[in-house]
Design a protein around this ligand. Structure first.
Ligand code: ADP
Ligand code: GN1
Ligand code: MG
Length: 354
């Protein structure tokens, strides 16, 4: 990838490229300096998912400008410009982006201590809090309808209509379970129609490996993976944290009987997020905090199941029923979360009342 490095003014002979991270969407490389200079992260943007990468670039540029003016000390990963001053390098229809590698940072794929859950959630809270008041009318969605649950449900129905008989019959029980929870879609529509429920700048992919931690202090440093930073609702960010921090098993696990909510992790993430966001929240937002977990787990399950029915066009798979199992995993998590509703709402009430 010499060509790409040169476009950003780097001499390819002074760097080695190492495949990096475990995301589903982009191709990520660590650009490691062989001469002791700073390292970088080079990414090829997935244009099947992001149809207009220019929108990502513009959103990040506007956001960086706002933060530089209002929170100059906030660590925000802005892309490096090419020699010709662009945020993206375009090569044969491929879009490449370079970012500074944050020195002394590391990321994790699973939370193994509630403290990590707290730290990560706090970082996403800081991001949205710092972006409070940013004018968002000029920003474009980088994936239209990304967390629109009503649209995802329509996509699910379409996937069922077009699926092969074989896949439909293998997934029959699961399809029925997801159809049976349509009330969650109605709850989402109420939120969208609620005038007391604001649009905010939301990260939209708050998995724990999108947080960088400080190697020295083990505290949260900043967030990365900013492609889906765009206006949205807080249930997206908070819900994806519930989805991915509270269970000992990841979304890849097929140990379905071990898919359980770890209450201390749930409490820690709520505390971390609300330590930054509590004072900004409207009453409608406060009333949706438990729902956020249901919303995101259900939507992710629908997306995995739809992809299975569509013969796996979106999420990379390692074996034929991979997406089916991911959807089963999400349903198990949703069921366990719902069983604990009373207790978890008590936890939220305690934090809001503190
Ligand atoms: P994907 O969209 O494929 O998930 P990410 O942007 O999340 O790609 O990058 C993958 C991983 O690379 C992250 O989980 C994080 O560990 C690491 N990473 C990304 N950007 C940086 C950065 N600027 N500095 C340090 N590590 C980074
Ligand atoms: C994708 O890029 P990555 O792996 O962080 C997906 C998320 C899903 C997640 C499920 C743009 O995120 O929405 O929640 O996989 N990102 C996109 O693991 O679709
Ligand atoms: Mg990522």
């Amino acid at each position: 990838m010499d060509h790409q490095l040169q476009a950003f003014g780097l001499n390819p002979e002074e760097y080695e490229l190492v495949k990096f991270g475990s995301g589903h969407i982009n191709h990520t490389y660590l650009v490691r300096s062989l001469t002791g200079k700073p390292d970088f992260i080079l990414q090829k943007i997935n244009t099947y998912v992001f149809k207009t990468p220019e929108d990502i670039d513009r959103n990040l540029e506007n956001t960086a400008e706002f933060l530089a003016a209002h929170y100059p000390d906030y660590l925000f990963i802005s892309p490096v410009k090419t020699l010709s001053g662009e945020g993206l390098m375009i090569d044969n229809g491929e879009y490449w982006r370079l970012s500074p590698f944050i020195r002394g940072s590391f990321s994790i794929n699973e939370a193994s201590d509630p403290e990590q859950s707290y730290e990560a959630a706090r970082q996403f809270g800081i991001l949205t809090r710092n972006l409070h008041g940013m004018p968002v009318s000029e920003l474009n969605p980088t994936i239209p309808g990304f967390h629109d649950l009503a649209w995802r449900f329509e996509q699910f129905k379409e996937a069922i209509a077009h699926a092969s008989e074989e896949r439909k019959s293998t997934a029959a029980e699961l399809i029925a379970s997801f159809q049976g929870r349509q009330a969650l879609v109605d709850q989402y529509i109420q939120i969208i129609e609620d005038k007391d429920y604001p649009q905010r700048m939301i990260h939209h992919d708050t998995k724990i490996n999108n947080v960088l931690f400080d190697k020295k202090t083990q505290k949260g440093l900043c967030v990365c993976d900013l492609d889906t930073l765009m206006p949205g609702k807080i249930i997206s960010d908070l819900g994806d944290m519930v989805r991915t921090y509270v269970c000992e098993e990841s979304e890849e696990s097929t140990a379905f009987d071990k898919i359980k909510v770890r209450e201390p992790y749930y409490e820690a993430l709520m505390k971390g997020y609300l330590s930054e966001m509590k004072d900004l929240l409207t009453e409608s937002e406060k009333a949706s905090l438990f729902y956020s977990g249901q919303f995101m787990i259900y939507m992710q399950g629908l997306r995995f199941l739809s992809d299975y029915l569509n013969s796996d066009v979106y999420y990379p798979i390692k074996y034929p029923e991979h997406n089916l199992n991911r959807a089963k995993n999400q349903l198990a998590l949703l069921e366990d979360l719902e069983e604990r509703k009373g207790v978890l709402e008590g936890v939220i009430g305690g934090i809001l009342g503190e």
